[in-house]
Design a protein around this ligand. Structure first.
Ligand SMILES: [Fe+2]
Length: 292
């Protein structure tokens, strides 16, 4: 099957059914078992404002490269504090500074060192998705790029020169409650899905009563920072069933990053200072820090 031409994508019109405020009330709640309202490729446009809300199409030529990388990745398990739900996922691209986790600088996520081949594939796809985005909505792409520059995000922190995104996450069979991508800059996200023998796991945007089937090897684009969205429950049909979503986004935490070199130097300085302090505490020359 040859690659779909973005210029030929059909336009579908959808109507807003909830206000932003009404959608906000859904945040944190579990997504019902909705059936998809969106099963075919296209561009969905708000019937009143003419704004593009959602874009969805297959990528048959590339899907197996992405599948191979995604199936090879080793996933960690985290429990979401807000919901208590278990989530198996792995981040890629760049990671922001998080002093409380003793990660002192912005740097590539551990996947880049531990599984460089798989990481390289995910990064390559960031470029492909940025090119696709540029093609179906050049004005939105330019606007997002300007938002990032205005917010002070250094170019170095994007995954590649042309990609908008700093980072991403691969979610393994994760049912996500309604949320907005609050940690992200105001950029659209790209989200391809890889799946096999898994029912459910559809992406829902309640503001438009819109549920996307997220077929295997198809990619979705939408403004996850703007619209409340969530994932419908999943049920495996076979033992080896899976559903992975790969989300590309621009993390807001990167805004505080300097260039990579400066960051690395600063990390070392801070680590040395902390070690000196700890040594002083151990020798009884300083008081132990209070952690809150
Ligand atoms: Fe999200």
């Amino acid at each position: 099957m040859s690659q779909i031409k973005i210029a030929d994508l059909p336009i579908h019109r959808i109507k807003r059914v909830l206000s932003e405020e009404q959608a906000t009330e859904l945040v944190g709640t579990v997504v019902p078992d909705y059936e998809p309202t969106c099963n075919e490729a296209g561009i969905w446009i708000d019937d009143d404002t003419e704004e593009i809300v959602f874009v969805y199409f297959p990528m048959p030529d590339e899907v197996n490269i992405l599948r191979k990388a995604v199936l090879n990745i080793k996933y960690g398990e985290t429990i979401r504090q807000s919901t208590g739900l278990k989530n198996k996922s792995r981040t890629f691209g760049m990671a922001p500074r998080k002093i409380y986790q003793k990660r002192e600088s912005c740097r590539p996520t551990t996947l880049a060192q531990e599984q460089p081949m798989e990481h390289a594939v995910l990064v390559k796809f960031a470029e492909k998705f940025a090119d696709m985005y540029k093609e179906f909505a050049p004005h939105l792409y330019e606007n997002d790029k300007k938002n990032l520059a205005d917010a002070g995000l250094d170019d170095e922190w994007r995954m590649t020169d042309d990609a908008l995104w700093t980072s991403g996450v691969v979610n393994k069979s994760s049912t996500l409650p309604y949320h907005r991508d609050g940690f992200n800059f105001a950029t659209w996200s790209a989200m391809p899905v890889i799946r096999k023998n898994m029912a459910g796991g559809y992406l829902t945007i309640p503001e438009y009563n819109f549920t996307c089937s997220c077929r295997d090897g198809w990619v979705t684009f939408f403004a996850g920072y703007k619209y409340v969205h969530g994932v419908t429950p999943m049920s495996p049909k076979t033992k080896d069933a899976y559903r992975y979503s790969i989300v590309y986004y621009a993390l807001r935490g990167m805004k505080d990053c300097f260039t990579y070199a400066v960051e690395t130097a600063k990390a070392k300085e801070r680590r040395t200072a902390r070690e000196d302090k700890m040594a002083a505490v151990l020798k009884g020359e300083a008081e132990a820090p209070v952690f809150r």
